[in-house]
Ligand binder design. Structure first.
Ligand code: NAD
Ligand code: DAU
Length: 343
């Protein structure tokens, strides 16, 4: 069995990745997660106990990370752990600096003392900044982050490559576009709209709603990450995206259609609940990445069409209303009010 230390494996993408690799009995996962508001143990429930060890802890705790590396001698580290929501970084950037930069440094230092074969850091296409009217970014494009969140992710990427050059660490970085699918916390656009649809709430759309994102089904991203882990070149960056560019208005309308179809209700009545609210400060109009490199070097390609993936996602949330109720029972209400009551 090959052991991988996955961090943030109780979050959205991390838990989908843990489930993907545990489907292959030759992998074993040690999942280190601090269980912040975004982390939920239910997300990795029912996986074989001999393939998954959970450690409740913080990636900033270097002593703990070193202890795990010493005990487990994993083949690789895959770092998903992060503060991941742009709007929260605008409310308070401090936890973002702590986890997204300090936490990454802690993992890098621990890996210096307890070497691994691969150190795969999960980054984002947001590090390239706003691509409105511009060419899609290849991996060598300059970093131009707009939000505090994106700035911490760009800083972490630079830190990783400094440890590659200075200490020879086996760094690989993926930068994906916007993910959607099961287990995404309902602060992000798609699950927030679906939850609001089910709870008879309005659909808040920032500014004019014409901002563009490239939507990638989470399982496609996880397969891409696994391909890069197994076949990627050390010291390389890989963009991962589906090329499914949609405006936020396209997305909310498609969600209205999917909910109306599933529940047999009037789509026009749902669409009347779209509300244009105050824009996000510093809001990037468009993200766009060129994904030729990952396709050429690993053979990966996305398999999910956006309309099908969105319908499956709506179905998943409608079938998991207990999960939604559970993850939104804590501090979610306070967060929601702080962003949307003023908007
Ligand atoms: P998420 O917010 O759903 O999950 C983050 C997980 O990390 C949670 O389980 C949380 O408990 C854990 N965590 C947070 N701080 C921690 C700490 N200090 N120590 C240990 N665990 C900690 O995030 P996500 O959407 O799954 O994103 C995962 C990664 O992918 C992040 O690095 C993010 O920047 C990146 N990314 C996300 C997207 C997207 O669309 N969601 C797109 C591109 C890149
Ligand atoms: O591009 C990758 C990034 O995608 C990841 O690095 C981030 O972790 C992830 O959160 C995501 O960032 P975005 O800011 O693009 O995602 P979000 O779901 O927050 O917003 C998507 C778009 O929808 C964006 O243009 C803002 C808009 N939006 C969002 C919310 C929550 C609204 O119009 N209304 C909303 O209520």
């Amino acid at each position: 069995m090959k052991t991988v230390l996955v961090t943030g494996g109780c979050g959205f993408i991390g838990s989908n990745f843990v489930r993907l690799i545990c489907a292959d009995p030759s992998w074993r996962v040690v999942n280190l997660d601090a269980l912040t508001y975004a982390g939920n143990l239910e997300n990795t429930a029912n996986l074989p106990a001999d393939q998954l060890r959970f450690v409740h802890g913080d990636i900033c705790d270097r002593g703990l990370v070193e202890k795990i590396l010493k005990e487990e001698r994993p083949w690789a580290i895959v770092n998903f752990a992060a503060e991941s929501h742009v709007d929260r970084s605008i409310l308070d950037a401090s936890p973002f600096l702590q986890t997204n930069i300090g936490g990454v440094q802690s993992l890098l230092e621990a890996a210096r003392n307890h070497p691994v074969e691969r150190f795969l850091h999960i980054s984002t296409d947001e590090v390239y900044g706003d691509k409105e009217g511009k060419r899609a970014s290849t991996e060598d494009f300059p970093l131009c982050p707009s939000s505090p969140y994106a700035a911490t992710k760009a800083a972490a990427d630079l830190l990783c490559f400094s440890y590659r050059r200075t200490y020879g660490l086996p760094i690989i970085v993926t930068r994906s576009s916007n993910n959607y699918g099961p287990y995404q916390f309902p602060e992000k656009l798609i699950p927030l709209l679906i939850r609001n649809g089910l709870n008879h709430l309005d659909f808040p759309i920032y500014g004019d709603g014409k901002q563009i994102r490239d939507w990638l089904y989470v399982e496609d991203n996880c397969r891409g990450i696994l391909s890069v882990l197994e076949k990627g070149q050390m010291g390389s960056i890989y963009n991962i995206g589906a090329g499914e560019e949609r405006t936020n208005l396209d997305v909310v309308e498609a969600i209205c259609v999917a909910i109306a179809d599933r529940l047999g209700i009037d789509v026009a009545a749902l669409k009347k609940r779209i509300r244009y609210v105050t824009d996000r400060p510093g809001h990037d109009r468009r993200y766009a990445i060129d994904t030729s490199k990952v396709r050429a070097e690993t053979g990966w390609q996305p398999s999910m069409d956006f309309a099908v993936g969105l319908k499956q996602t709506v179905d998943w949330y409608l079938d998991h209303t207990d999960w939604i109720a559970h993850v939104t029972s804590g501090e979610y209400r306070k967060y929601y009010d702080s962003v949307y009551s003023q908007a």
